[in-house]
Ligand binder design. Structure first.
Ligand SMILES: [Zn+2]
Length: 248
């Protein structure tokens, strides 16, 4: 692993335009369980029911009680971990231009990254279903469910529900970023779910090097990634940033 860490630091030092694609794996160390898989919310709830836009429109109080309230408790207390902080350090050194994330926890922005494309919107903000006014989730009072906007409208997460489309601007910008980069870090995601799956492929087709950081092998590993650094995002990012600081 030591050699691969050094390789990643050298590749970053040489790169002109770096993009990171991140998924649930980077936020696990912040206490945010992945939706899918063991311990995930979707083990207890059927997402096609409770996280579907039709249910939200029909019965927002139910969606708040079962899903949003619990997610708010998780996201409110989550803080960026070394994985997020490592990416913020790369941006500060001009070694990361853009993050494309499948996460909705807002932790990349909290860590200090300024250009974050959120495929699935964000849970860090709520928006009024009537007037679209936005409220920071952390500051929303949930003594009454569902919470309401000052206009009387009901608040909903500013995230993409099942049955809703990926924001077209996020799609367009992600494609562009993947096309333009010469190095892509893929962190904490197996990128098997569309539309994230196409992002490393676009980058690869346009000549970018793909550096994968995941705790285990993924479908990307042999097909798309130039190499896999196997480990937790926080620990691996700390070591890469430390090696990079010796070079640049
Ligand atoms: Zn409103």
């Amino acid at each position: 692993m030591k050699e691969l860490i050094k390789q990643a630091a050298e590749d970053l030092a040489a790169a002109r335009n770096v993009v990171a694609l991140t998924g649930a794996g980077i936020s696990i160390e912040s206490g945010i369980p992945p939706f899918r898989g063991k311990g995930g919310l979707w083990e207890r709830f059927d997402p096609m029911e409770i996280a579907h836009i039709d249910t939200l429109m029909r019965d927002p109080a139910k969606v708040w009680k079962i899903l949003v309230k619990e997610m708010k408790e998780i996201v409110d207390r989550a803080r960026p971990n070394d994985g997020h902080k490592g990416l913020a350090k790369l941006e500060a050194r001009d070694k990361l231009q853009t993050i494309i994330t499948q996460n909705i926890d807002g932790l990349h922005q909290a860590a200090g990254n300024t250009d974050v494309i959120e495929f699935h919107g964000t849970f860090a903000w709520q928006r009024c279903m009537d007037c679209n006014k936005k409220y920071e989730t952390r500051k929303v009072d949930i003594s009454e469910i569902p919470p309401r906007c000052e206009c009387g409208g009901i608040l909903r997460p500013d995230a993409v529900f099942f049955g809703e489309i990926i924001p077209p601007e996020a799609m367009r910008r992600s494609r562009q970023a993947a096309t333009d980069c010469d190095l892509m870090l893929v962190i904490g995601t197996s990128a098997v779910v569309q539309p994230a799956a196409m992002i490393p492929v676009i980058a690869k087709d346009n000549g970018a090097k793909i550096v994968e950081i995941n705790p285990e092998r993924t479908p990307l590993t042999d097909q798309i990634s130039d190499y896999l650094i196997m480990g937790k995002a926080g620990e691996v990012m700390n070591r890469i940033v430390s090696d990079l600081q010796k070079i640049i």
